[in-house]
Design a protein around this ligand. Sequence first.
Ligand SMILES: Nc1ncnc2c1ncn2[C@@H]1O[C@H](COP(=O)(O)OP(=O)(O)OP(=O)(O)O)[C@@H](O)[C@H]1O
Ligand SMILES: [Mg+2]
Length: 245
Amino acid sequence: MIIETRNLRVSFNGVEILRDISIAFDSGVHIVLGRNGAGKTTFLRALANLVRFDGDVLVGGRSVKKMGRREIAMLIGYCWQNPYYGFVEATVEDEIRAITRILGVSGDWRIVELLVPREYMGRDPSTLSGGEAKRVSMASILVADQPIWLLDEPFTYLDRDGVEAVVNLIDYGRRKGKTIIVTLHEIFYANLIKPDTYAIIDGGTIKFFDRWSSLSDEELAKAGLVPRGVICDTLCGPRGLGVQS
Ligand SMILES: Nc1ncnc2c1ncn2[C@@H]1O[C@H](COP(=O)(O)OP(=O)(O)OP(=O)(O)O)[C@@H](O)[C@H]1O
Ligand SMILES: [Mg+2]
């Protein structure tokens, strides 16, 4: 499923945060990079029609402005950067079941298995640790098995096992043919998910959009991001994690 923007613009209190962005994402894994405050979250929120914007966002050729919330929720799984935002239920299990009940879908429980250890199920979501909450919040959205996933900084709070769970989740989504957009403020984790494309938001617009293999340190440096070489020394070096870049 293709999600695309046409001349997307977002302003808050008269300040333009995103300007004139036209970009299309097809099935596969895509990362959107940018320094803190660059507008990554705002971009994802616009894709899900959660902020007021000018221009258009099309999903499968149809404008999100003409869709109701339920229809958008069936198409787009938007996982918040701050995992505690969405919790309303008394237990983790109820939290995860809620979206399937509201949308009237059976869901894909493999997604839950990948993210959430069984022992979390009876817990009160508001008492979860940061990493535990991140896993549960993603599961509580993505269980509905939407064709488009928007993952806003999915690795924050996570330890090694949590990172591995999210990498496996993204891999599972890729194999199911989903269109997956992942925001990151640095490229460390991008090496683990091996995206198809990258985009860099800088100065309110998309400065670069290309195949992942084309990403250069110069582009990263221009956008205020840590160069790839530094990351690769950490990941691939003799004392690193043995990851191939
Ligand atoms: N509702 C709002 N009202 C006013 N300003 C906002 C609002 N939402 C976001 N902003 C501002 O817009 C800019 C972009 O914010 P956004 O959250 O999209 O950045 P980001 O790239 O996701 O940053 P981070 O890496 O820190 O998550 C920031 O300067 C932020 O303070
Ligand atoms: Mg953000």
